[in-house]
Design a protein around this ligand. Sequence first.
Ligand code: 26V
Length: 822
Amino acid sequence: EGYLEDGRTGMSPSTLKRAFLNNLFYVQGKFKALATPNDYYMALAYAIRDRLLQRWINTAAIYTAQGSRTVAYFSAEFLMGPHLGNNLINLDIYKDVEKGIAEMGLNLGELLEQEEEPGLGNGGLGRLAACYLDSLATLEIPSLGYGIRYEFGIFDQEIEDGWQVEITDKWLRFGNPWEIARPEWAVEVKLGGHTDHYVDDHGRYRIRWVPDQQVTGIPYDTPILGCQTNTANTLRLWTAEAPESFNFNAFNSGDYLGAVYEKVVSENISKVLYPNDDSSQGKKLRLTQQYFFVSCSLQDMIRILVGQELPLEKFHEKFAVQLNDTHPAIAVAELMRLLIDMHHMSWDSAWSITQRTFAYTNHTLLPEALERWPVELFGSLLPRHLEIIYELNDRFLDEVRIKFPEDDSRLSRMSLIDESGERYVRMAHLACVGSHAINGVAALHTELLKQDVLYDFYQMYPGKFQNKTNGVTPRRFMVLSNPALTELVTSKIGDTWIKNLGELQKLEAWADNPEFQQQWRQIKQANKQELAAYIQKHNGIIVDPNSIFDILAKRFHEYKRQYLDLLHIVTLYNRIKANPDIEITPRTFIFGGKAAPGYFMAKLIIKLINSVADVINRDPDVRGRLKVVFLKNYNVKLAQRIYPAADLSEQISTAGKEASGTGNMKFALNGALTIGTLDGANVEIREEVGAENFFLFGLTAEQVYAKRASGYNPMEYYNSNAELRLALDRIASGFFSHGDTELFKPLVDSLLHHDQYFLLADYQSYIDCQEQVGLAYRDQDRWTHMSILNAARMGKFSSDRSIQDYCREIWKVEPVTITLEN
Ligand code: 26V
């Protein structure tokens, strides 16, 4: 004793406390009497950041010294969620810090609430990228996440008169303690203009891109700490700025306003995240964003390679690049351009390196979400890349001709350019041709890719196709968000399950133990009470924690069928109205999720949920048996409150439409039972937990295809099903809209006349299945048994498993152990 720990690395409670108070004084410039909750949050964040920096610097030093093979995860979205709590968990000091903070008369939970979450993603795809970074660091895999530092992330959702209203997400307004700007590693990105073909001094034929605009990319780095390891990897996000010298001094001297305008235009590139997750609208700014971050990242990787004195020919040995959907697929053409035009490599060498570098993950089967860019727009922004893509296409179609002679329709189906009408560049085709591996995100999804969306590419390159079922990190979605359950589990099976989720299986031995069941139930009950308090505070609605918490939380989209859940609610309500004494297992229906701002039907469904809630929640006939709640602004923070409190997880997409789903995994990990279709990862979840522990309903993907092919007529279901008719008629009648029969007409009509997503076909099966849910819940021992088994059998759905599969089967990369020398 007597030894004073270093104030910036020491982990003992007294050192942490000293660091916290130091930061309050020297960073925030406050003392306790004047400090706001945000000052306290900042003081703690900087104390934790110091601990991360030590690990981060050691990690970087070791990777550099060893020249380690590195994964580069390219993603237009990283939906990270708040950092502070997660870093406390991964540093394994959550409890100590909570205690120390309490000793100073403060509450850690309140400080954590202060953090504005970086919402730099729309939903599943962006959150998956965040889970993968957590697992890469935990598994000690050298890796970089590359993306865009949007100044405004996904909009904040307000509800006004039942309608969604979008508010700008100003997540940076109080500063961001988790990032460090690295202006010394800025890169230049060219845009627009034309190409010049010329002969150089050595008589070689060359091509030069003469752009009409240039922007600077500034990297901002955030450390990504692994769980109980010294590894701290990097998330590197790019901000666009106007360059000092382009057009400004040279062309605009004297034109101050013109120069400032150029600056504004440049900085627009990283201004805002596109909030659509359903359709590619062909907006030039979106393509500019994609090219901007991809070009910055590839140039950065070349800088790293050269810095380690490795030749460009080893690019693919140093880096494995994963393309998170087609958003970064322009990387295929950009790497070719950099290698050929900038570094004078031959086409064939460059192509071999490119194909060996990239792998592509597909995340959607929806045809409207497949990205394609009008050729003219593409060429006006990226003239050189368009040339490269044409050349690639010529060579690729020659290959197709050799493998499948005399098959013109195949050539036009597979071409990188869609020439059936207006001409488009097909980004998924570019990604397939430029990658050595192509994967779907759940077993069923990969099968459907092979049979349908990418059928021709599967025939051409069967060896490229693989499945990598998604996973989620148990650190954020169990240890951090459900501390009571974590403690109970750990008291029975030790804590190694946190990094080896398969060990949860040991809980099966306790599934019928009455005392364990009782503890399990009490924890769920307490979590439900916490969510009930949140609901009362934010919605002013009192809900019964003894009722089934039946939750649907995800982006709003017709294929996800929030509307089907609503038809069930209206059906139960109609039964009560017809027979006020009917026995119904009490339920609280909870919805959360955002709709794309331009998605009319999705927004109308939100309005309908709120309208139904208004009527049901105050109808005395219901006598508290049903409550309907719409929680506004569903984001990572709110999700962490929701999963631990769920009894029933709604995973009810039309079979064949949801690529995987990941919320389904987070709910089940926290002991919710699933009601779901055979879609995405639901199929594998049901396989793992056992059919008897899963509420299955609805048509299979195959049956949906067959029905569509043979001519589906939703009106037949309406005419032959009295309860369904009553539910739809009630909505149409104006009952939920103060007599207005026009308001919800588009919703009712879309079901009766099109029903693209087969709600009416699945209605009765869903209602019957929900009846079984209600009955099962009445037998609490049986329900608890099922709940325990669901959690115990989630081992497969850890993102650690997914990442291990990617490492072994696609990336061929090994862990590197980090020791703390400094
Ligand atoms: C798509 C698009 C389409 C073009 C315009 C902009 C834009 C922005 C984002 C997206 C993302 C849609 C893809 C997506 O989020 N897919 C989801 O990926 C999850 C992770 O693999 C998966 O669990 C979900 O089932 C799938 O819908």
